[in-house]
Ligand binder design. Structure first.
Ligand SMILES: Nc1nc2c(ncn2[C@@H]2O[C@H](COP(=O)(O)OP(=O)(O)OP(=O)(O)O)[C@@H](O)[C@H]2O)c(=O)[nH]1
Ligand SMILES: Nc1nc2c(ncn2[C@@H]2O[C@H](COP(=O)(O)OP(=O)(O)OP(=O)(O)O)[C@@H](O)[C@H]2O)c(=O)[nH]1
Ligand SMILES: [Mg+2]
Ligand SMILES: [Mg+2]
Lengths: 252, 289
């Protein structure tokens, strides 16, 4: 299934899908799209009714976390009061970057400085959000490779802080996956999910020419839904994920 | 990984002393799968397998190798050759300043790599140029990195990358900087307007090296991206970032086959010293897994 391999679906799943299609009758392309859509149809987090609804965004370096956090804050602002949190205390000018987005989105932001303890920043932000009864809190975190055990520990610590305020952790525990990446996305998703119980994905940079097919094994094996697609660098460039639309694009 | 599987196959083959065409076919299948799993582009893998067949025939004629050794050696040698055979280094101009322009997709590591290069070539008296007028706080990010790398940075000319680059050129002439490193905005290879901006930057200050900065975890589309950048801008080299992760790095082979430019460095951490020379043999080992 050359088209699937070239879409970054991977050898294993290209074979799994091909084998399933052998028994399919009728239009092959339609059967292929239905199979892909079904692999991607995973249960959405059944959370997020109590204010503040907590969203945390994590992922590897450069995967689009900060931009995605801004886009989500902007979406929620239309319906409530959002608190954006600069949970990245490592990257140069991280807060400066998110602060500009906060202004563009018209939302309040909890600042941080490089070198501060990220968990402490999140703790203060949580206290503030629960006291003020914000409708939403969106937390940006520093980029980290899943192979760095120490950085994964830091992320776990941040989640433990959130758990103090909300026993089940972030309502939307989002992992950003860059559509340009290949098979390593699968390992990223596995490790991040094991560490902090990710419950949803955002596939970023989908406006490029990469197909992002690696999410097919990810969604099916980890039972994770893709919640949104990042489709550009602007604050409005985010769309809800539709398995059928995606199935069509990955087979074109 | 493939190396371990080869060790098993090798023991089996050495036991028989020669290899049947069936065994060879199954080995070839394993190689193909392994390369695809390493994110080498599908078409690049096809070409590689054809080239491998040729090399295996040549080695066969030498008759001094046992069949198992033959196949393993052929794969490894073919990979090393395709990846450039030897390490390569940047050649600086003796008479005047050299210019490096860092280009690539969003988030691959251009800004960080610019500072790493400034640190590595500190003795060249480098100057960092912020040519990203788009990304929020891009210039602040580069300024902080420049400070840590103890390298001066040209102040940003409001809203114009080309104007900033022009200023850098003037500054280099006046102050005698030996190396100008241009950090450009991330852009899609399919964004005509941004490609035009890049061409404009390069017309303003002609780079000695147009370096593609690529994410080491890139997948199948790396070939397309590299060839589009090469067609529209022209490339003189590449740097593969985030290789401190566990991605196999097949994108290295994809970039080489798409643009056939030297891979100079790999990024191996977020720190300023996280830039190492690219070694084709080490990369071949890593891709084979
Ligand atoms: N084309 C495109 N670019 C995107 C998208 N999402 C993010 N980007 C760009 O990708 C680059 C990296 O985005 P960031 O939001 O800084 O990524 P990050 O994960 O926060 O990066 P680190 O904090 O350094 O780990 C920026 O140039 C963004 O504008 C998208 O959906 N499409
Ligand atoms: N682990 C690791 N992280 C890296 C490496 N190179 C860059 N990064 C990280 O990747 C993220 C993105 O780096 P940037 O330098 O901002 O990338 P960029 O290409 O300039 O991004 P845009 O300007 O938004 O297109 C940051 O978190 C960097 O610290 C590397 O070799 N290893
Ligand atoms: Mg960020
Ligand atoms: Mg940059």
């Amino acid at each position: 299934m050359e088209i699937l391999i070239q879409a970054d679906v991977g050898v294993k799943y290209a074979e799994v899908i091909r084998a399933k299609l052998e028994r399919a009758e009728g239009d092959r392309i339609m059967a292929l799209r239905e199979e892909i859509a079904s692999l991607l149809s995973q249960p959405r987090p059944s959370r997020g009714v109590e204010a503040p609804v907590i969203t945390m965004v994590s992922g590897v370096n450069g995967s689009g976390k900060t931009t995605t956090a801004a886009k989500l804050a902007n979406l929620h602002r239309k319906a409530g009061t959002v608190l954006l949190v600069s949970g990245d205390t490592y990257r140069d000018a991280a807060h400066e970057q998110l602060n500009i987005w906060a202004q563009r989105a018209g939302v309040e932001i909890v600042a941080s400085q490089r070198g501060q303890d990220a968990a402490a920043v999140v703790h203060d932000a949580m206290s503030k959000a629960f006291a003020k009864k914000n409708s939403h809190v969106v937390i940006d975190t520093a980029g980290r490779l899943h192979t760095r055990a120490d950085l994964m520990e830091e992320l776990k610590k941040i989640v433990r802080v959130i758990i103090k305020f909300r026993p089940d952790g972030p309502d939307y525990n989002i992992l950003t996956i860059d559509a340009n990446l290949g098979q390593n996305s699968i390992q990223q998703a596995k490790i991040f999910t094991e560490a902090i119980a990710v419950n949803g994905l955002v596939l970023t940079k989908f406006d490029g020419t990469a197909k992002g097919g690696a999410i097919i094994p990810i969604c099916n094996e980890l039972r994770l839904p893709v919640l949104y697609l990042g489709v550009g660098e602007g604050i409005e460039d985010i769309v809800e994920f539709d398995p059928e639309d995606f199935a069509r694009s990955v087979t074109t | 990984g493939l190396i371990d599987r080869f060790a098993l196959i090798k023991r089996k083959i050495l036991g028989y002393g020669r290899i049947t065409s069936q065994e060879l076919e199954s080995i070839n299948k394993e190689i193909k799968i392994s390369l695809l799993q390493a994110d080498v582009n599908y078409l690049v893998v096809k070409n590689f397998m054809d080239g491998l067949e040729e090399k295996t025939k040549i080695l066969e004629l030498s008759r001094s190798l046992k069949p198992g050794d033959l196949v393993i050696r052929a794969v490894f040698e073919e990979l090393v050759e395709l990846l450039g055979s030897e390490t390569r280094s940047i050649d600086f101009r003796g008479d005047t300043y050299s210019v490096l322009s860092l280009i690539g997709l969003q988030g691959v590591g251009k800004t960080t790599t610019a500072a790493k290069l400034a640190q590595k070539f500190r003795d060249r008296n480098p100057l960092l140029v912020p040519a990203d007028t788009k990304r929020p706080a891009a210039v602040q990010q580069l300024q902080m990195l420049a400070d840590r790398a103890k390298t001066p940075m040209v102040p940003l000319e409001k809203g114009s990358a080309a104007a900033t680059v022009k200023k850098a050129r003037q500054l280099a002439k006046d102050k005698g900087y030996g190396l100008i490193i241009i950090d450009t905005a991330g852009r899609l290879h399919i964004d005509d307007e941004l490609i035009e901006e890049l061409q404009d930057i390069h017309r303003t200050l002609k780079p000695d090296y147009r370096l593609l900065i690529a994410d080491g975890m890139s997948g199948q589309d790396a070939v397309n991206q590299a060839s589009r950048f090469n067609e529209q801008i022209g490339l003189d080299g590449a740097i593969l970032t985030k290789m401190d992760g566990d991605a196999r790095g097949g994108a290295a082979l994809s970039i080489k086959s798409a643009a056939d430019v030297p891979l100079y460095f790999i990024g191996t951490s977020e720190r300023l010293d996280g830039l190492e020379t690219f070694h084709p043999d080490r990369m071949a080992q890593r891709i084979l897994g």
